[in-house]
Design a protein. Sequence first.
Length: 346
Amino acid sequence: MQFSIQKEIYKNLSLIRKTQEEIIKRYHPADKMRCPMHFCVGQEIMPAVLGPLMIDEDSIYSHHRSHGYYIAKKGSINEMIAEFYGKETGSNGGLAGSQELSSTKIDFYSGTILSGAFAMALGGAFEKKYNQKKGIGISVIGDGGMEEGIVYESLNMATQMNLPILYICENNSYSTHTTLKQRTLENKPSNRVKNFNMKTTYFDGNDPDKLFNLMKSIVKKIRDTKKPHFVEINTYRFNGHVGPEGDDHFNYRSKKEINHWIKNDPIKFYEKKLFSKSRKLLALKKKINDKNFKIIDRAFRFAEKSKFPKRYENNNFKATYKNVKKFYNNSISFGTVQEDHKPKPY
Ligand SMILES: Cc1ncc(C[n+]2csc(CCOP(=O)(O)OP(=O)(O)O)c2C)c(N)n1
């Protein structure tokens, strides 16, 4: 494995983790990012290894836990944070927030309606194939999303029409607070996919190099054959389902389970593997992390300085805009989790 690629994977891992951590730190008590957010701390490994494997012409269609994929596709961090602040410089002019974070500049689309991403990837991949364009579709959802009917219509059509799509299921074992075991007798979503005659792969591990090598051959195969492939990854979210407040006081998962995953954190594993052997390497790790922090800190300052989307003041949205402004200035209450800073059920 080339060190330059390992370095790129680590840069992605660190940038994704640090972005999440900084948003979590700065969310309260400022309350200037006023959209629900699904953090991906613990789930960074897949987007991080896909980073070096993607080309500009690839398109991503993601579920709500999307920040890692946006960053891995080289989305602007300035525009992402500004989007969360509801500012006009955001990737969607401040109107989408985290749950619908999208950017046409990098062909990245996410959405909160569970599993719609799988169907959108179909249309995108068909367009690429029909017009003989370069690039593939990459679509990611969770294990909960795998229980939606649209998933099976999409997978059926993708194989039937031979469309170049990398389908990913990030199996973190929970749909909000309900375990996979409580929801289904088939605990491996990839097993259900096999019936569509689609190639499937299951990955369970914390070594980014192993996942990179696997994904490299899968992505190459999709590009060469123009056929879909489904990958399930066994992973875990360290945060609560939504928001920075945490939800482990609901006791829906055990401390033992959480600690097991934190102990096997892919980022800690990779830091030990790549940087622990010399002082020079440790200094390189610090340099990467310092640079990433600067990128993120700059993005927060950019977001703070940016303006709210004024153009809506001049049309039919005038009244709405007035309320949006009040909302962002904290002068009206919508009774959201953010109002009293106490964790509540989603
Ligand atoms: C069609 C639809 N049904 C229900 C919801 C409410 N909902 C939002 S997130 C979520 C759980 C999703 O779990 P999973 O797909 O495993 O992703 P994770 O949040 O664990 O990453 C649910 C049920 C929704 N957004 N869309």
